[in-house]
Ligand binder design. Sequence first.
Ligand code: SF4
Length: 420
Amino acid sequence: MTSIDLLIRTEPAAACTPDLAQGPWTFDAVPGYGPGSSMGDVIPVGSPRQGELPQAYRDASTEELHDRIRAAKAALGSRVVVLGHFYQRDEIVQHADFLGDSFQLANAAQTVPDAEAIVFCGVHFMAETADILAREGQSVILPNLAAGCSMADMADIDSVEECWAQLEALYGTAPDADGRVPVIPVTYMNSSAALKAFCGRHGGVVCTSSNAETVLEEAFARGQRVLFFPDQHLGRNTAKKMGVPTSRMPMWNPRTALGGSSADELLDAQVVLWHGFCSVHKRFSVDQIEKARAEHPGVRVIVHPECPMAVVDAADEAGSTDYIRKAVAAATEPTTFAIGTEINMVNRLAAEFPQHTIFCLDPVVCPCSTMYRIHPGYLAWVLEELVAGRVVNRIRVDEQVAADARVALDRMLALRPRGA
Ligand code: SF4
């Protein structure tokens, strides 16, 4: 079985690159995110690289790898917990003790305090968040260190600090007559620990795609405006839904004077949007929605808020992965769903809810490049190393960074989600 067979579970469809048919280890030495949706994105210098996966794991059949993973998990028992993100391939998800989005998984790990090792089958920022929330003595392991996130990498701490210095010079630091500070930083969960810590230090907060509206509401109560990073689309879609005109949401292009906007535009801004995006969700288009409606009258179109604004506006609904999952699960009558999110999750929903017709809006199989880097070969390797008493691929967040990041995460946790 080849890697692309692992990804395509429904009808054969065109893949965005033939490279998906190769094992992810083929790309371990190559600078880049690897095949999939973010293959064209620029990978930052210094991004973690995965060392060579031992040959035995590269040569093993999928069945052998599954047997080895099961045996290693059985030997480790409650000493290990395996977390699987919604966007992982089924071959990984079948070994996960918990399946969910990044924040659900970080919280799930805390329900297993006896586990010495948390194996996070997701991407780098997720493993960092799990490490920040882990208890002392727990190791968080990312099976493939090259599993970053191109969106998270679009906002690095140096360019955010540089932006902040320019905004402070423009806005000053004094609160207005209502006690609201000039600007509050808000980071999406999909960001490095360094950015979460930045928010912790500057009165800011973390948000997820489920609670972005609640977080922005609270930030607007404390601040005159928000600097939102790294995902422009989540920021724009959320603020627009709350009534903020798009004319008051200038974009910040890093490493340019005033982010490429004028001083007047920034002074009038309610949300300054960082120029980041997810290459998976950027692929969805209004044309795809129109085609789905033409071919499937009555189709229900649900997209993720990381999609561009025109796509969210054209869809019937927009919501987080958790929202999408719950919406499908709650449909009592057979329904046709066109979903705008990562292909592995859509295929899994289609298999799980056969009473519905469920398909991905994007006709091309193009998974998240970095989620794709987690293959059963790497999972078997890190688990067998644990059995042998060795911790490999540990993700550790500096203690001070973790403490500051926890402040921003705690601010988020103190907010009650809308409707709760
Ligand atoms: S789907 Fe997009 S945001 Fe999520 S890990 Fe992949 S690149 Fe990052």
